[in-house]
Design a protein around this ligand. Sequence first.
Ligand SMILES: Nc1ncnc2c1ncn2[C@@H]1O[C@H](COP(=O)(O)OP(=O)(O)OP(=O)(O)O)[C@@H](O)[C@H]1O
Ligand SMILES: [Mg+2]
Length: 223
Amino acid sequence: MKNVLTAQNVKKSFLSGDVQTQVLRGVDFCVDEGEFVAILGESGSGKSTLLYILAGIDKPDEGDVKLLGESLLTLSDERLAAMRRRDFSFVYQFDNLVPNLTVYENVSLPLLLDGKKEGEIKDKLLEILEYLGLGERLSSYPRQLSGGEQQRCAIARALATSPKVIFLDEPTGSLDKERGRQVMELLIDINKRTNVALIMVTHSEAHAAYADRIVRMEDGKII
Ligand SMILES: Nc1ncnc2c1ncn2[C@@H]1O[C@H](COP(=O)(O)OP(=O)(O)OP(=O)(O)O)[C@@H](O)[C@H]1O
Ligand SMILES: [Mg+2]
């Protein structure tokens, strides 16, 4: 299995008031192509901070993060932005979608931002939206969707760019049990059909059990 993303000895601290808190205390982490990894841990243990650093959204104080052997930390801002657009996608717990864009427009946004033309992306987007059960909701606005549909739309958008890694920060956290289960079934199916690596933060042991591997964080470290 090919290693897609690796983090070595990642440290990060934040200043709150005049107190410096070390949130990540030397994290080593890696994920293979097509692997589904769940990250479990108490609130405040540093899970979201780790995801942002792995995704190149935030920078560590120490340590390194590499995509296919290339360090994100030495890239120019422009190349990092392009890598984030093409190779990574993010699904958050809430507020994933742009409220004044339709389902179709939300899903096409990352590709249009990357300079693709409407004509060349339409078939692929319709196929993804159909697959995610949103074929009838193309012109709906996010507020007209259920929580589960909104989350499926966010997953459709994450898939649209055919990324190497999708980061999911508690993707089922705002859903009821049944809708949460549906989202997990969908992630499993995506994991089987595509080569994308999934890195999912969750509070649910049951949802973590869907993953190929579970990583536990405690107090800024992986245990
Ligand atoms: N940008 C920031 N500035 C200051 N402190 C921060 C910042 N981001 C995170 N922290 C602090 O770092 C700690 C870890 O936060 P993080 O969001 O990574 O935790 P988490 O494991 O994702 O928790 P949760 O399960 O509640 O989402 C918290 O104490 C938080 O207050
Ligand atoms: Mg978090």
